[in-house]
Every structure is written in C-alpha cells, then in structure tokens.
Ligand binder design. Structure first.
Ligand code: PLP
Ligand code: COI
Length: 355
C-alpha cells in the first residue's frame, strides 16, 4: 500500500478562528480547543483517508456502540515551539504504536501508522499558532478512537472514528500532589485492559478518586488487585519513589500503562548517574522508608503531569508527609526532559521530532 503523505489530506479551514480570544497566559489543562481537528472514519472494512476540518460537535446514532459497550481508546501527547518558532513532538511514534496496542485489546481496527503520523503533522501545520511558548505550557494533543457503528448486539462495531483534537494547555496539577494508597478498589486486573489507554480504565477510577478527594487527596495510588500489597501506578501517571539515592518504579505489566515519560525518565536518570531499580515496591516498604527517613522523594510521571512531586501519602487512615528536599531528582529530571522537549538542549537520545 502506498504511504499517505501530507498532501493527500484535505484541509478545510475555519472561517471563525477563536485564536484571538484565547488568553495564552492563563491556560488551564485541556479546557480550550484549537480551531481544527483531524477526522478519519473506519467503514466498509477500512480506514478512509483522514481529513482536517473545523473543530465541531459530532452527531452519532443513539445505538452507537461507544455508548453501550465502551469501545474507546485514546492517547496523550504534546507539541512544543522553540524561540525560533520551530515545532517539536516528543517520541510521537511511541504514541502511534501504543494506540494500536490499545486498539488490538479493545477489538478496534488498528490505524495505519502513516494515517496517524502524517495526519498529526498536517494538523500541527494548520494549528502552529496554537502552540503556547510560555513556560509550563504546550499544545496537548488528544488522538482517540471510538465505536461509531450502530447496534445493540454486544460485539465489536463495524464503524469507528479516529479523531485528533488539540488543546493549548498549562499544568495538569497546580502545586504538589497528595495521594491515597488504595486497598479496596482496583484499577485493573491480571488479563484485563490496564495496559491499554481505554476510556473505561479512567471511568472506573472516578468513584474511588472522588472518595479520595473528599478526604483531601488529589490522586489514588493503585495497588495490585490480588494482594493490594504492591504499588502500581497513579490515576494518570506512573509513580517513582526515591529511597536514599535509588529511584524505584514498578515494572510494567498487563495492569499498568507503559508510560513514555516513565521510560524516558529511566533512561535520563541513568545518563545523569542516578541509580534506578525497576522492581515491585511493597506499600509496607514505602511506609517503613517514610518512618525511618530513607524515603526522600516520590513523584508521578506522565505526558499531562510531566513530573509532579508528591508531597505525602495516606495509608490506612494515617498521613505520611514527604519532607521537601533542596535538590530533588524530580526537579533535575523535569528540567532535563523539558529542555529536550522544547529544544533548549541537545537530545542525545533522538527523542525530539521536528515538524
Ligand atoms: N499511567 C496512566 C494511567 C496514564 O493515564 C498516563 C498518561 O498518559 C501515564 C501512566 C503516563 O503515560 P505517558 O508518560 O505515556 O503519558
Ligand atoms: C496524559 O498524560 O496524556 C494522559 O492521558 C492523562 C490524562 C488522563 C489526562
């Protein structure tokens, strides 16, 4: 099959740009959306050529299977602009590949990689002016696929929509994050869909997270569904724990999202001479480390959250504060990754992709 190029993608431009109404100095996360979106339909057994159209609502049949059986997956990525107005993506092929890992698990037809990547590049060309340049802001990119095909039969749909929307965004969390270690509810289970970026994984987290929020925590730290003894990940990020001078994170599994930020941090840490250990971490070990003073830092890592320091955790009714250090691995690694993403430093890893 011939590879799709940018020129194959039809672009219909909006006549009513919202750009001048956006306050780029006060951006929340994912609240305002750029003028255009990429839309690609799956029908008659194949993905059709993607198009770029003005950002607009979508009409769906009430029997569309997304509403009933939740066939829905998504990705999260960001675009950055440097001082010369050059645009960069961060490891975009990792997202392209992961979307299809999720697609396979949810019985959604895989999107040809060039449809996604060429489509994304074409969309970013059109939306260049929407990429913020102020510190801490970027253009958040949300590719997603859902079942638009009709019918109440509990089986995969015969039609799908793949859409990419973008949202100029500021920080996901404002300030430090306090987390609750969850022992009753589970985010995912062995053999389940935890490793996929499936919409339902997030829906299932909302109720336990609401309960945690009511107690003053911003996120839940999920533990394994069998014993609830081991730390897995947070609601929207992978988790790192620094005990003395070693940075620990759980291995990924079919219950945990294989985070792109997580694997970048592991490589960066190694390059910075920080000792890492990818192994299961028991909640009891974390509690013990907090009590004896060897717990130095904890942080979450993800595209939206970047690196978000965790100020403390709750467990079985007790609160454990993590005292603030002066020079943290979190800030060192955050600076390194942001400088690479925004073209402020060399990129020895080849992660940055110029538009
Ligand atoms: N874990 C979950 C559940 C997430 O939603 C995310 C966010 O994408 C991550 C981890 C971090 O993944 P990434 O670094 O690829 O964004
Ligand atoms: C991301 O970091 O891109 C995510 O997908 C997290 C999201 C749930 C906001």
């Amino acid at each position: 099959m011939a590879t799709l190029t940018k020129n194959d993608i039809k672009v219909t431009r909006t006549k009513n740009s919202k750009l001048s109404s956006i306050d780029f100095n006060n951006l929340a996360f994912g609240q305002v959306f750029s003028d255009h979106m990429l839309v690609c339909d799956y029908k008659d057994g194949k993905w059709q050529i993607p198009e770029i159209i003005p950002y607009s609502p979508i009409t769906l049949d009430p029997s569309a299977k997304i509403f009933h059986y939740g066939q829905s997956i998504f990705e999260g990525m960001k675009a950055y602009k440097d001082t010369k107005e050059d645009v960069f993506m961060f490891r975009p092929m990792e997202n392209v590949k992961r979307l299809n890992v999720s697609a396979k698990r949810l019985a959604i037809p895989e999107v040809p990689e060039d449809y996604f990547f060429e489509g994304l590049k074409a969309l970013l060309e059109v939306e260049k002016d929407w990429i913020p340049t102020n510190e801490g802001s970027s253009l958040y990119i949300r590719p997603f696929i859902f079942a638009s095909g009709k019918g109440f039969h509990a089986s995969p749909a015969d039609e799908y929509k793949f859409i990419i929307c973008t949202a100029p965004s500021g920080a996901y969390f404002s300030g430090k994050v306090k987390v609750l270690i969850e022992e009753q509810y589970s985010r995912s289970a062995n053999g389940g869909v935890g490793f996929a970026k499936a919409g339902g994984n997030y829906a299932g987290q909302f109720y336990p997270t609401q309960l945690a929020k009511a107690k003053g925590y911003q996120q839940v730290i999920w533990t394994d569904d069998t014993t609830h003894e081991f730390i897995e990940e947070a609601g929207a990020m992978n988790v790192f724990i620094r005990i003395n001078d070693t940075l620990l994170t759980s291995p990924v599994s079919d219950r945990i999202l294989d985070g792109i930020t997580r694997k970048s941090i592991l490589q960066l840490a190694e390059a910075e001479g920080i000792k890492t250990d990818v192994r299961k971490v028991k909640v009891s070990e974390l509690v013990e480390a907090s009590r004896n003073g060897s717990l130095k830092e904890m942080f979450g890592a993800g595209t939206a959250a970047v690196i978000s320091p965790i100020s403390g955790f709750g467990f079985r009714g007790e609160d454990f504060d993590i005292p603030e250090l002066e020079n943290t691995f979190a800030s060192q690694l955050k600076n390194r990754i942001i400088n690479i993403q925004t073209n402020k430093t060399e990129d020895p890893f080849g992660w940055r992709v110029k538009l």
